[in-house]
Each structure stands twice: as C-alpha cells, then as structure tokens.
Design a protein around this ligand. Structure first.
Ligand SMILES: Nc1ncnc2c1ncn2[C@@H]1O[C@H](COP(=O)(O)OP(=O)(O)O)[C@@H](O)[C@H]1O
Ligand SMILES: [Mg+2]
Length: 304
C-alpha cells in the first residue's frame, strides 16, 4: 500500500522559510516514493457540525498522515478528530508553542531548566509593580534576569533585564500577554546548542554562537558550527522531546556551570534548513522514516 500525506504550513506569513521547510519534507517524502500535497492552513476549513469535516477546494480524499509544520492548533486538532495521524500531534505543538506549558512539563519531569517564575495573570495595569512583587522576583532569580513571553520565536520576545527599573518598564510594556521571569544562565551568554531529535534519537546538532547578543539565535546574529553532543546532552534532548509528546523537535540547550546542560526550549516546528546546511545531515529524511515506521507499527497492531 502506498501512503499519501499532506504537509501543512502557514498561509499568512510572508517569509519564505515556512514554505521552504514544507518543501524539504515533500522532497524527502518523494525520495521514499510517498506522494504529498502541500496545503496552507487556510486552504482547509474546519467545518464543525454533527458530522464534522474539512472544506477544501478540489481535494476530497483524506490523507494517510499529515505533517503539520504550522501552529494552527484548531486545525491540527480537527484533523486528529477526523482520525488522521498528525505529526507532530496537536498537543505537542500546543505545548511547544507555549513556553510556560513547556517549562511546567519539564519541571514535572524533573528535567533541568533555568529557575522560572510564571507572571500571574493581570487584567488591568493599575499597580502592576506591586502586583508582580518585583522585589521577591529579583531576590529569587537575581539580576540580570530574563523576561520571556510565552509565545515567541527567533529570540524576538526574550529580554535580558539588568535593573529593577528596566524590569518595571518591561512588565508594563508586555502587560496583558502571558510571560515569565527566568534565571539568566550567564555561562551560556551568546551561545547554545540545537539538537535535532527524531523519534528516540538525536540525528544532528549544531552550536550557535553570537558575538554581539546574549541570544544565540541565527536570526539575531548567531553563527553556527557542527556540534557533537555528549551522551548526557543527547539523553536530555530526547527526554525533553518525550516530555511534551513530540515525535520530532529541535531542542535548545544552554551551558550551565561546568558545561552542565540546561533545557532552554523545545521547538516542535523547528526549521531545518540551517542545521542541514551546517551539518549536511537532513532531518527531513529522518522525519519521513520515522513517520513510515510509526504508521507501519500501527498497521501491524491493527492487523492483529
Ligand atoms: N534563561 C536563559 N539564560 C541565558 N540565555 C537564555 C535564556 N533563555 C534564553 N536564552 C537565550 O535566548 C535565546 C532565545 O530564547 P528561547 O527561549 O529559545 O526563545 P525563542 O523561541 O525566541 O528562540 C536562546 O537561544 C538563548 O541563547
Ligand atoms: Mg530558541
């Protein structure tokens, strides 16, 4: 039986990065003789009724699987509701997208993360300084500290705060959004490692170093080099991926004291172009292999 798949990416973002990721997956699938169709999320309308379905222009047959490179959780959930295996599953994407949910789960699994305080939910911005108890936060995490919005990427919603006044300004500025306060891992200033996990293995990794920013993201000026992770680093990346229930993920680790790895974040939709160009290992091939294996295992179980 030949498999057919859909690859879904976001239709509202202008950057070519999103289509590029989808096309890398399509090419990897083609190498394994799997036909896939690319859809933007808005080309599939989730129609809710007693018999829920998808409204599409043209394509009528549902696929054997979906690779979901977008964060449109409602669409991912809808596809699952229709019985289609979705990679990554909706719940994993949802947790990964929300840094607070991610740290909650990592803490629940007793995995190493920077000390983190979740900002209490505020409905109005009166008396915010008092509301957030900035003294206790500074006393617990020390300055400088990190403020991080729950939803963000490319390092754009991550801030390094040096003084109480700066902290006060920042909480006023981002008030109304979900965010957290976090210990700044000083030993990791401007550097981190990205491990690409697929299934239960690390398939490739790179180190990112920035000369002029505390953030190591490539988008903020980080430079990359191939990296050969230790067993401890690999185990941690796999445990982190499993903690959020992802099939594959790009896991960022920080360097703690004595190079002890600390989990920074888990990207269920990590773009793979950079790591591929850096290490010449294409995670897309591993992702397709993993999906074939997972579906194969399921089929065998159903046959019994
Ligand atoms: N607690 C921290 N201590 C030190 N550096 C951090 C910390 N949190 C984030 N960073 C740096 O900022 C970068 C971006 O943070 P991250 O949480 O991965 O957000 P994003 O999703 O925007 O990439 C990381 O790659 C790392 O270099
Ligand atoms: Mg990151």
């Amino acid at each position: 039986m030949t498999l057919t798949g859909w690859i879904i990416y976001n239709g509202s973002l202008q950057s070519k990065k999103f289509l590029d990721f989808a096309m890398m997956l399509q090419l990897a699938a083609k190498k394994q003789y799997i036909d896939t169709i690319l859809f933007t999320n808005n080309q599939l309308l989730t129609y809710l009724y007693e018999q829920s379905k998808l409204l599409t222009k043209g394509e009528k047959n549902l696929p054997d699987f979906v690779i979901f490179t977008d964060k449109d959780i409602y669409l991912a959930q809808h596809l699952e509701m229709l019985g289609i295996p979705v990679f990554n599953r909706a719940e994993a994407i949802e947790i990964s997208d929300d840094k607070i949910r991610t740290y909650q789960l990592l803490a629940k699994h007793h995995l190493p993360i920077p000390k983190t305080i979740v900002a209490p939910k505020a409905f109005s911005n009166h008396h915010l300084d008092h509301f957030y108890n900035l003294e206790l936060i500074i006393e617990t995490l020390r300055l400088p500290l990190i403020v991080k919005e729950a939803f963000g990427s490319f390092g754009e919603q991550v801030y390094l705060i040096h003084t109480k006044e700066e902290l006060r300004k920042k909480v006023h500025e981002i008030h109304g959004k979900s965010f957290l306060f976090q210990q700044f891992i000083e030993t990791s200033y401007g550097k981190d490692i990205r491990l690409q996990v697929v299934g239960n293995q690390v398939v490739t990794a790179m180190k990112r170093t920035s000369k002029n920013d505390f953030r190591a993201n490539i988008t903020t000026g980080g430079e990359m080099e191939a990296y050969y992770p230790s067993e401890r680093e690999k185990t941690l990346a796999i445990q982190a991926t499993q903690a959020i229930g992802a099939d594959f993920a790009g896991v960022d680790l920080l360097f703690g004291e004595n190079e002890q790895p600390i989990i920074c974040e888990i990207n269920s939709n990590a773009h793979i172009r950079n790591i591929y160009e850096c290490t010449h290992i294409n995670p897309a091939d591993f992702i397709i292999d993993h999906i074939i294996q997972t579906l194969g295992i399921k089929d065998e179980k159903n046959d019994k």
